[in-house]
Write a protein that binds this ligand. Structure first.
Ligand SMILES: O=C(O)CCC(=O)C(=O)O
Length: 267
């Protein structure tokens, strides 16, 4: 682990109690430009790692850091590594990464917990891990921000299997889905509330991977491009190998922090 402590006590308390913290200006405008260019290029890949909207346009790429040196560099950026090590009190590996682009009238993301699939399908033992999101566009209340239930991680796993064998992506994606029922969602929102997670481009969200979250359709003309990197402590490995590497890690080596300019070298 590096010695550098980057999160304030207040930020750490927010993460532990509410389940997340947003760090504004974690990445510069130049770094955001580098990452935007990389993400849009990687979304053009033809392979099964890219998920598409009904009209065929790409909106998600799983395993993004495996496919591009700029996105791989992001994983090693000290702005991401140091606070993650601090929150986990451990070195970590990347369990999964993805690009998520929400364009006008694209798809929704149903209520879920990332740990639901990681635990039941990938074999990650414990609910210890962070869902990191790097904002490459301004995310406001109008362009389908992530919605999340503060404090819901304290409940442990509350999701259940959402099996629809008729879904077009059943074999690749849907059969691994664990959603939150309407009943559970009503109870959680009644008990804890529901919040939109907003921030300007360059912000970074650190969210406990057991927090209940989802997002609605983006009916605005404003694109919403985010990068996700889910990390787990090195002693919390998922070794079922049921899903391909672009969904679930094969490389469990600890992520080493890179240089401060590891993204700027690509500008
Ligand atoms: O970016 C979004 O709207 C939701 C993505 C999400 O929930 C996830 O990838 O776990």
């Amino acid at each position: 682990m590096t010695d550098q402590i980057t999160l304030s006590d207040e930020a750490t308390a927010s993460y532990r109690e509410r389940g997340w913290v947003v760090l504004p200006d974690a990445f510069s405008a130049t770094e955001v430009d580098v990452l935007q260019t990389a993400a849009l290029e990687v979304l053009e890949r033809p392979g099964p790692e890219v998920g598409r909207e009904a009209d065929g346009s790409p909106h998600v790429c799983w395993g993004m850091h495996l496919f591009d040196e700029r996105l791989s560099a992001l994983v090693h950026h000290p702005a991401l590594v140091n606070p993650s090590q601090q929150l986990l009190d451990s070195d970590f590996f990347v369990h999964q990464s993805r690009i998520n682009m929400k364009q006008t009238n694209g798809s929704i993301v149903a209520w879920h917990q990332d740990f639901g699939t990681y635990h039941r399908v990938d074999g990650v033992p414990d609910p210890r891990g962070i869902m990191i999101a790097v904002f490459l566009d301004d995310v406001t209340h109008v362009n389908a921000p992530l919605l999340a239930v503060p404090g819901s991680h304290h409940e442990g796993l509350v999701s259940t299997a959402a099996i629809d064998p008729d879904a077009p992506d059943f074999e690749a994606v849907s059969k691994y889905r664990y959603d939150i029922t309407d009943y559970t969602m009503s109870r959680l929102v009644g008990d804890y509330g529901l919040e939109a997670i907003t921030g300007t481009a360059g912000s970074m969200l650190l969210m406990d991977m057991t927090v209940v979250h989802g997002s609605s359709v983006n009916i605005s003309p404003l694109r919403r491009l985010l990068l996700y990197i889910n990390v787990c402590p090195v002693d919390n490995r998922g070794e079922s190998y049921e899903r391909p590497e672009y969904y679930a890690a094969r490389d469990f080596s600890p992520v080493q922090p890179g240089a401060d300019d590891c993204l700027l070298q690509f500008a």
